[in-house]
Design a protein around this ligand. Sequence first.
Ligand code: ADP
Ligand code: ADP
Length: 234
Amino acid sequence: RPFAEIRDVAMRYGGVEGTLALRGTTMMVEKGEFIAVVGPSGCGKSTLMRLVTGLWPATEGSVIVAGREVDRPLSIAGMGFQNPTMLPWRTILQNVMLPLEVVEPHRRRLRAERAAYEAKARALLASVGLAGFEKRYPWQLSGGMQQRASLCRALIHDPQLLMLDEPFGALDIFTREDLWSVLQDVWIERRPTVILVTHDLREAVYLADRVLVMSSRPGRIIAEQVVPFGRPRR
Ligand code: ADP
Ligand code: ADP
């Protein structure tokens, strides 16, 4: 069975009179697949992400991930957004390690456990080209570097599902293309299931195995295309 099953989902914000953001959306994602979701602004892409990760409950329909009905925020998901939202008073390394505190805030940890976690954060940072920047603060890094660090933070718990909402939208085209290869390497090496939301069709075709196209009013998936060629061979 598919890794993620989204069946006939509808989402209305703010009660019966509210905005119908999604209707009749069905989407199946296989384990390890890289999916891109494209569509105009306001068509419901972020809403779809919130439903799949359990940040919002769907008004109608069912969302099943890894065989379980999603009824609370998914702990197996790592998330990335257009705005990397790093805490400015913490170093890059501390920002990448943040999920450790968020997941079990009150548990005391052994020194060895913390050390292992830190080693993992450092290795991740090195793998995206940020070795040597661990002790810098977010505001000392360029937007592209912050986005690399934010990808590390999303990966720190080895998520089975990586949800990326316009992660490179704020970057210039050169930086964006650098980040494409970073993300591609991450995917080749770790094979998380990836759902990438983007406005950029070129980005979608470059990175994804399959592209879903959404339209608005109300948002739904109107087309689906397997990417047949054009990507580097793996
Ligand atoms: P983006 O498309 O860049 O992610 P949006 O402008 O769609 O940003 O939304 C920014 C934030 O405002 C989101 O968190 C979204 O939930 C919220 N938002 C968007 N539209 C509405 C709305 N009509 N009412 C209340 N909040 C909204
Ligand atoms: P996209 O990510 O494709 O830009 P969104 O999922 O953010 O689209 O928005 C889809 C629709 O839902 C839009 O009409 C938007 O205004 C509305 N919407 C999004 N978030 C909220 C919210 N928190 N409250 C009310 N309406 C919202």
